[in-house]
Write a protein that binds this ligand. Sequence first.
Ligand SMILES: Cc1cc2nc3c(=O)[nH]c(=O)nc-3n(C[C@H](O)[C@H](O)[C@H](O)COP(=O)(O)OP(=O)(O)OC[C@H]3O[C@@H](n4cnc5c(N)ncnc54)[C@H](O)[C@@H]3O)c2cc1C
Length: 391
Amino acid sequence: MSASKPKIADDLAESERIILESVDRFLDRHVRPHVMRLEHGDIYPEEIVERMKELGLFGAIIPTEYGGLGLSATTYAKIIERISSVWMSISGIINSHLIMAHIVAKMGTEEQRREFLPRFATGELRGGLALTEPDCGTDLQAIRTTAVRNGDHYVVNGTKTWISNGIKGSCFALLVKTDPSAQPRHKGMSMFLAVKGEGFSVSRKLEKLGYKGIDSAELVFNDYRIPASRLIGGVEGHGMACAISGLELGRINVAARGVGIAQAALDEAVRYSQQRKTFGKPICEHQAIAMKLADMATRTAASRLLVRQAAEAFDRGERCDYEAGMAKLFATETAVENSLEAMRIHGGYGYSKEFPVERLYRDAPLLVIGEGTNEIQRIVIAKRLIERNRI
Ligand SMILES: Cc1cc2nc3c(=O)[nH]c(=O)nc-3n(C[C@H](O)[C@H](O)[C@H](O)COP(=O)(O)OP(=O)(O)OC[C@H]3O[C@@H](n4cnc5c(N)ncnc54)[C@H](O)[C@@H]3O)c2cc1C
């Protein structure tokens, strides 16, 4: 028996290594050479998406019995870190899609799993998560989009905004109110799998500081009829539970993106500081720059460990909002700090569109906002801290 345990661990390590190497090859061949053109033209990366389908990335964490790769959150976080270190935008194309898939896998009925997960896994049906509305993001219980039962259908009316993959995607985990007068408010909330069709339209593409290439859009529901069979879990009132279960994985994703950005900023700074000379020596030999590099490297390594801790707790099936909150908070603040430090180290070139650090600097701030702002992460962490240490 004792000999079989290391064997399983070795097999897992080996399969993870093979997957990570194929992701690295894909990034080197199909992403890295095109980033500047796609980023500065704000062009949706159609060809890259096709390659991602071939690699199975749209099914990364979908269980194998439903056609996915069945990867752990730990391996998935490593993939997201790698992708984000090259171009964060393409991590967004799979992240919110896989949050939707995770919600179906965890909260959906068996019939919904069988109908949707195999199509999500191939990337044939792609999409994301539609929670935010023009009047609320953090306070999700204040949403106004409603779904009213009418026979074997619901009729949906309302507007969602900032929805990633909103234009190119065709299926969204949609948070609505099925009982707007319910108290507490979350008891009146439900989540549906909304596939684009009559009454479900994209009203506009939103222009952004960074996170170029991927489409962020406003979605409008105008008497959109959705079959009752698309109510996730088949029972009204579980919408907030669906959103929360999705956001736990989402926070690990975003934290992993933070590590990717932080590492990329560090790599750029380490390279440039050895090439650039002032006062007769490479700038990395000036103590002021060396201190920055040391802090950047330390923060990045600490972020990676926090992400691993959160992903491992998630993989063990534990409640991990404390660990995921810490990872998200620290790794995303690190991304912001490292991208600014990399820019300073590059001097004037850091401000140039010909170098990647200005992109890292524009992408990083999104991470402190998305999947629960960092103000909210601090509140969650503090709340759990007290709960776990009540006297
Ligand atoms: C590029 C991009 C992509 C996105 N993709 C998606 C997506 O795919 N799907 C989706 O549903 N949403 C998406 N969002 C929306 C995002 O999740 C929200 O912007 C975020 O949740 C914050 O909500 P808000 O913008 O309404 O800010 P608000 O909730 O109005 O918050 C404003 C400020 O107040 C603070 N605040 C609010 N409440 C409290 C409190 N109780 N205590 C302390 N501080 C508080 C916040 O931290 C923040 O600093 C995206 C946003 C962007 C910019």
